[in-house]
Ligand binder design. Sequence first.
Ligand SMILES: *[C@@H]1O[C@H](CO)[C@@H](O)[C@H](O)[C@H]1NC(C)=O
Length: 416
Amino acid sequence: MRLLPAAVTLFLAVGVAYYVYVPLPAGIREPWKLMMVDAVFRTAMQLTSLKHRLGLDPYFKCICESTEGLGSLVKGLLASESGGGVMPGVKVSDVTFAGVPVRVYEPPAGGEGHLRRGLMYFHGGGWAHGSAKMGGYDTNSRTMSDELNAVVVSVEYRLYPEVHFPAPYLDCLAAAKHFLSQEVLAKYAIDPERVAVSGDSAGGNLAAAVAQEISTDDTMSGKFSVQALIYPVLQALDFNTPSYLENENIPILYRTLMVHFWLQYLGVDLSLQPQFLANNHSSSQHFTPELRARLDWTVLLSPKHRKNYKQLIVEKGLERLAKEVPGLLDVRASPLLAEPEVLAKCPRAYILTCEYDVLRDDGLMYARRLQDAGVSVTNDHYQDGFHGCFSFIPWLEFDVGKRAFRAYVNWLQNNL
Ligand SMILES: *[C@@H]1O[C@H](CO)[C@@H](O)[C@H](O)[C@H]1NC(C)=O
């Protein structure tokens, strides 16, 4: 009689262990913590997709509601909205900038006539997930506002499936232009010479793209003085860089997941994923040798990261795609494709990269190209870092994430 519950327990335990366990390289410290975070992320995403699939059928409405409940529970665990208690002096308000919702964090007022720093932040989440209000982001914004004496503006740009490229970019650009206007800087008592743009992952992509556009827009007098990019996504033409191949199975950003995010962002049929993984989408005549050189990792990466990997150049694949998906070759989606003249005008840069991250080489190549264009770049590379470590919630913080956040804030202290 006792055997059955014991067998069920054992079965469940083995099942959970099987679900949670992912082999990780020895360089990643705190591996079990990362596996747990990964399991929670995967569950949240599976619930979301289940919800989408079931959403069409009224029969499943109640199941749908309960999964929604579960989904928000998991989301809540990951991203509990932190209350005002973290940094009591920081004033938080939800307003709109040029029609785009933003959350503004104002540091405790300094003396009369004291100007503050400004920082615009774009959160990550594959252009499909995340929010300025999520625990990790909200906490980081409060800390940054307090420690940097900065007015931090965290932007709630629209996400997939509501929109795809270029809408999220245009939301961010509109919010940035509004922020940099004389009236708004004056209203928040911000020093116009000390305004940063920053973001992580997909938000790093938006920050780099917006920085390029504003740097080259002669009609704008207000400019960002620095850009701080946290493991940014910067190109969609080569999914076979050494870092994409080496880290394809490292949580939480698996190679297939990153490609999936790109397909969603660019509005490409998701069934084309295998073609993208094979670089077949890059075999267009529009992808000229000149453009190719801008993400040629055989030249732009150091031998340490290049290793013995071979470049995957496809001569004949899906030529029609570049025409059907103009975003593929658009610098506003892939800032790494920008010409040197544009990069030369960009603000001083901080680029954070992680060894165990499919996006490592995107960041390293961008650092190199900005430097080649004459821009001053600080590249903090975390040998034990992995994608996402920067912005987890307080009780799931990783040691490497804490170090990375400290170094980022220090750089801003010294350079903004
Ligand atoms: C890539 O394109 C080639 C040539 O058209 C084709 O033979 C191959 O099957 C494609 N690969 C995938 C994964 O679709």
